[in-house]
Write a new protein. Structure first.
Length: 255
C-alpha cells in the first residue's frame, strides 16, 4: 500500500492526517490547523511529497507509546487493560496502542509519567501512523480501525496521566520505598539510569560498570548475567547529546 493509499483509507475511517518529512517525524504543514480527512487535500499533499510519512493528531485519542518491546517494558502493559486496541510496531521495535478518549476531559501528553519507558500521546500531540525511518517501517500489527471502533482509553490510565501532570512528578512502580528494584522493574529502572550516562557520552565500560553495581546492590536476587549488558546495549542505540559531549566517544554499535 502506498503512503497515499494508506492516508486516504485512514482518513476515510475518521482519522485526520497530515504529512511529515520522509524518514522522519517533522510535520510538513501546520498540522494543528491543517490536519484533515479531506481526500482532495490529502491527494495534493502526497502528490507534492509522495514519500512523506503519514501522521495523525491524537487530540481525541490516548496513544500508549511503549519505547521498546523488551520484557520489562512489555510487562508494564499488563496493568493497562486495553483489549481490542489498534497496535502499531514502530521502526525501533516499540509499540503504539491506539485508543479513543470519549470524555470531555482532555488527557495530557506525558513522557515516562505512567511508567518508565511509556509515553502518552493525547491532547496536543500526534504520532506517525504510516511510513518509514532509517530504522525500518511503521507496521500495523492489527488492522486499522475506524475511530468509533477503537476501545476507550482506560479511565485509570487517563486519571494517572492527569494526576502526574498536576503533581509534576512520575509515579514509579519499579522501585520500593527503600530503593530496591522490583521484580518487574529491572529493565525500566536500569534503562532510566543508563540514559543520562549515555546522554553525556560516558564510556561504554563505565556505564556498564555503574549498571552492574546498581543491579548487585539494589536487586535481590540480582539479574542474571547478560541482562544488564543487554539493557546497556539497548540504550547505546541512542546518540549522545552533542551539547554535552566532545567530539570523541567510545560507544557500542548503534550510536
Amino acid at each position: 500500500m502506498t503512503n497515499l493509499e494508506f492516508a486516504l483509507d485512514y482518513a476515510n475511517k475518521g482519522h485526520a492526517v497530515f504529512p511529515c518529512e520522509p524518514l522522519g517525524k517533522r510535520p510538513l504543514v501546520r498540522w494543528q490547523a491543517e490536519a484533515t480527512t479531506n481526500p482532495t487535500t490529502i491527494k495534493r499533499w502526497l502528490k507534492k511529497w509522495p514519500n512523506a510519512n503519514v501522521a495523525s493528531p491524537t487530540q481525541d485519542k490516548g496513544v500508549i507509546d511503549i519505547d521498546d518491546d523488551s520484557t520489562g517494558w512489555m510487562d508494564a502493559t499488563k496493568e493497562l487493560s486495553i483489549p481490542d486496541a489498534a497496535v502499531i510496531r514502530t521502526p525501533r521495535g516499540g509499540l503504539h496502542y491506539v485508543t479513543a478518549n470519549r470524555t470531555k476531559n482532555p488527557i495530557p501528553c506525558s513522557t515516562s509519567k505512567v511508567a518508565p519507558g511509556i509515553d502518552i500521546r493525547a491532547d496536543g500531540g500526534y504520532h506517525v501512523v504510516y511510513g518509514r525511518t532509517a530504522d525500518g517501517v511503521y507496521d500495523w500489527i492489527t488492522p486499522t480501525k475506524a475511530h468509533d471502533d477503537l476501545p476507550s482509553t482506560p479511565d485509570d490510565l487517563a486519571a494517572e496521566c492527569r494526576q502526574a501532570k498536576r503533581k509534576g512528578e512520575s509515579p514509579n512502580r519499579n522501585v520500593t520505598s527503600d530503593g530496591e528494584i522490583t521484580e518487574g522493574g529491572r529493565n525500566d529502572t536500569l534503562a532510566l539510569l543508563a540514559v543520562p550516562m549515555r546522554r553525556v557520552g560516558l564510556y561504554t565500560a563505565a556505564t556498564l560498570a555503574a549498571l552492574e553495581t546498581q543491579n548487585a546492590t539494589r536487586r535481590h536476587p540480582p539479574a542474571p548475567p547478560g541482562a544488564v549488558a543487554s539493557t546497556q546495549l539497548l540504550v547505546s542505540r541512542y546518540p549522545p547529546d552533542p551539547l554535552n559531549t566532545n567530539t570523541r566517544h567510545m560507544t557500542t554499535k548503534g550510536s
